[in-house]
Design a protein around this ligand. Structure first.
Ligand code: ATP
Ligand code: MG
Length: 409
């Protein structure tokens, strides 16, 4: 019979990779908790219109990347391509705004986008992300960026931080008209995708990776020249706070992000080490989105980071707890082996009882292969072997071995 294979763009994460995955998530989780964010577990399936109304009708995600299907009840649903839209929906639907003050949420999990698979780009990928609802102050922008930086620092990942401001809704409208006029004059030199984007999503053209488009937009009007005083002030404050926190950054006036909902602050943490897929974490403000989706007028901001991209940048993860391997020397000692293993585990020690019977030699080999740091031989005269030094010692009874191991580990 023919073998069934995984679907293109989807991956199994196992072995060392799953350790890296957990290391990334556990590290992020620790930092989120330090900043007093609360976890929210969001559904993987949402009404399609949620993404059309938030991410944006004309964006790549909505135009060509969503997994959309009709469920058996005839509902048109999508596998979530990102987390912010769901977080906003939940904020409104669960009336989190009635809890007073502001809300700081984090999430973790799979996202789905029908993209061309390559290193660092998959059709199912995973993100960690966080959102802050109900804070207008630029303190929040600075603190959010600092938190992302903390996560990256803790993972020992070097990146450069780029920031920009897209201005508020009003100044952006004026700018977009200017930009459109500029692009229309040069339409014939743009790539096919960008030609279509002039009307629908001209800002996105500034983010196009095609060389000829990059060249043309070099001389395009920049948003910075159209910003309102309020936007300029906010941006200045954020820069001041970041400097005060000793966070290096560059202002990239062409940084626009691929999603429609951003206002004012946008930022990306970028690396050159993994090719074109260089953005590892990205985010910004979206002050109009909550209202746009039917909630109360609520300023908000957030970020998301791709776990697989972070994994690509991690060389080694801290060693886990040392492994103790238990070998009953002959089968008469199997039950005792089971019991000793249990006692070790009760003490919090990572323990592998060799489950195969056979020659002592073959089971020692197995212990080695499993990466055992200590081996306990269960017999009338129990022994403990330290695999790194090779030292082996005979004990009066197993309890003494357990005591010694507890002390060492
Ligand atoms: P890109 O420009 O790389 O397509 P994006 O702007 O679409 O990224 P966002 O929607 O902001 O990305 O998602 C935040 C992060 O999620 C990205 O910075 C990246 O680390 C990760 N990410 C996005 N799409 C994918 C994907 N298809 N595969 C793996 N990771 C992804
Ligand atoms: Mg993308």
């Amino acid at each position: 019979m023919s073998e069934i294979r995984k679907v293109r763009g989807f991956q199994d994460i196992y072995g060392e990779n799953v350790k890296k995955y957990r290391y990334v998530v556990d590290t992020a989780r620790r930092i989120f908790e330090k900043y007093n964010f609360q976890e929210i577990i969001l559904p993987y399936v949402e009404d399609v219109s949620l993404f059309i109304r938030s991410v944006g009708e004309a964006t790549d995600i909505v135009q060509k990347e969503m997994y959309i299907f009709e469920d058996r009840g005839g509902r048109k649903v999508a596998l979530r391509p990102e987390g912010t839209a769901s977080a906003v929906r939940a904020y409104i639907e669960e009336k989190l705004y009635t809890k007073g003050g502001y809300q700081k949420l984090f999430y973790e999990g799979a996202m789905f986008r029908y993209e061309r698979p390559q290193a660092g780009r998959y059709r199912q990928f995973h993100q960690i992300g966080a959102e802050i609802f109900g804070v207008d102050s630029p303190i929040a922008d600075a603190e959010l960026i600092k938190m992302v930086k903390d996560i990256l620092d803790n993972l020992n990942i070097q990146t450069r931080l780029e920031i920009n401001t897209l201005g508020d809704f009003e100044c952006r409208k004026i700018y977009v008209e200017k930009l459109k006029a500029f692009l229309k004059e040069r339409e014939e030199y743009l790539c096919e995708d960008c030609k279509k984007r002039i009307e629908r999503n001209p800002l996105r053209i500034l983010d196009c990776k095609v060389e000829s488009c990059k060249k043309i937009t070099e001389d395009a009007p920049v948003l910075t020249d159209f910003l309102s005083d309020r936007s300029v002030e906010r941006f200045e404050k954020i820069k001041e706070y970041l400097k005060g926190l000793d966070i290096d950054f560059v202002v990239n006036p062409r940084l626009v992000r691929g999603l429609d909902y951003y206002t004012d602050t946008v930022f990306e943490f970028i690396t050159d080490k993994i090719g074109a897929q260089g953005t590892v974490a990205a985010g910004g403000r979206y002050d109009t989105l909550v209202k746009q989706l039917g909630g109360p007028d609520t300023p908000a901001l957030g970020f998301a980071a791709g776990i697989e991209r972070l994994m690509l940048l991690i060389d080694n993860i801290p060693e886990g707890k040392p492994l103790v391997v238990v070998i009953p020397v002959i089968s008469e000692f199997n039950l005792q082996g089971l019991k000793v293993s249990q006692m070790l585990r009760n003490k919090g020690i990572k323990t592998e009882l060799i489950l195969k019977e056979g020659s002592l030699k073959s089971r020692m080999k197995l212990a080695n292969k499993l990466g055992g740091k200590y081996v306990v031989f269960v017999s009338e005269k129990p022994e403990l072997k330290d695999m790194s030094s090779g030292e082996q010692e005979i004990f009066q009874n197993l309890d003494d071995i357990i005591d010694v191991l507890e002390e060492k580990i």
